[in-house]
Design a protein around this ligand. Sequence first.
Ligand code: CTP
Length: 446
Amino acid sequence: MKSKGQTKSTEAASARRKSKVKSNKESFETFAPLENKTIVLGVSGGIAAYKACDVASMLRRAGADVHAVLTPNAREFITPLSLTTMTRNPTHCEQYEQSSSWKPEHIDLAKKADLILIAPATADILAKLAGGICDDLLTSMVLASQAKVMVAPAMNPTMYGHPATRRNLDILQNTFRYDVISPEFGEVACGDVGSGKMASVESITAAVASRLLAHKTLMGKKVLVTAGGTREPIDPVRFIGNRSSGKMGIAMADALAGRGADVILVSTVEVNRAYNVLVVETAHDMQEVVEAEFDNCDALVMTAAVADFRPLRVTSHKIKKSESGDLVLELTQNPDILDLLGRIKRKDQVVIGFAAESEGLLTHAADKLQRKNLDMIIGNDITVPDIGFGSDDNAVIILGSDGVRESLPRMPKRAIAEHLCDHLVELIARIDESKAEEERDAGDEG
Ligand code: CTP
């Protein structure tokens, strides 16, 4: 149960958000969830070092001030120039490099950091960290810092499974309280298959964001997310589909999982994630799964591009050209999943929809918000080139039933997802607060 103080802080946050409400498309604020956060990105010498550029870029685009530090071995795999370009800050390599400041480099950076992320972390650096060895700039910095340390191991599966590595990870995790971002199972650079492949760039940035934004948690909340475009079969070979890549829904599910939510992703696109992923094909399959899960969920985020129509008849055999001249398909309407669930949602559930429009974005999105009884709708203009379908970026408007109106400029879908998580945290906090109030009132009456 929340205290009165928390009520006030929720109201204040709500008021702050409302004061940011924009009435026209031009006047938006740039969204950067990791703004004011300083991250030291340590890179050790393994083949996955090349992925450090993507990690750096993603963190920087999320607003973080990123400083790369390379171990001497990492320089065999990646150049300081690449990381300087991605972080837009000088890259540090030498423990005894000349500095313009009188303070030793590693102490300076170590004090400044909110978080030290080592990605990739080789078996060697894990061993050094576990043993307190500091024979280069990165290991010295870790020892000299009070910041949270996260490591993303990447190595050959046999090395990862070796008792020495297991022991070192155990020390780092359980004695030093470092966060270990577990590697994935798959084929590693040397061709071996097993656990040791560095976690995906998205998973690493999600873990970092969740650590740095831990106060905006969704721990204990169950959220259902749909992603991708449904496929409606014509015959065993052909289907009617759409251009949705599923990237927005997957970014949303990743961001929610990063905030600690218990996520169920109902997707037409297969992804390998630690949370529950249920793969479906048709609108009907999606409806069945979503309806079965909805009752137990605190929120539904419906990013999927659900086909509005499906062929009335599906032939069990492949339709031959010789069967007829022109083929006429009769289509019938699919149920609108969001509309159905918007109607039956309880007042302790949040339902968020998406609207991809080619004209009248604001009018159509506002209409769908009201018609489908949603708490929030995210609209995007599909006629804008290079964003939306298939792209890693999007630009959206956000309309809330509580009066929220925001316009987010072009940014990575993951950043949009983080912002939507912030909204969801607030919407759920309001529900929790009114539940607590009702309980207090019931207690007073009794
Ligand atoms: N949606 C759904 N079931 C459908 C169609 C859409 O659940 N059969 C959901 C989508 O997941 C999205 C929202 O409804 O969150 C809006 O989808 P969109 O296709 O933009 O709108 P429609 O309601 O289909 O309206 P219109 O055909 O007028 O654009």
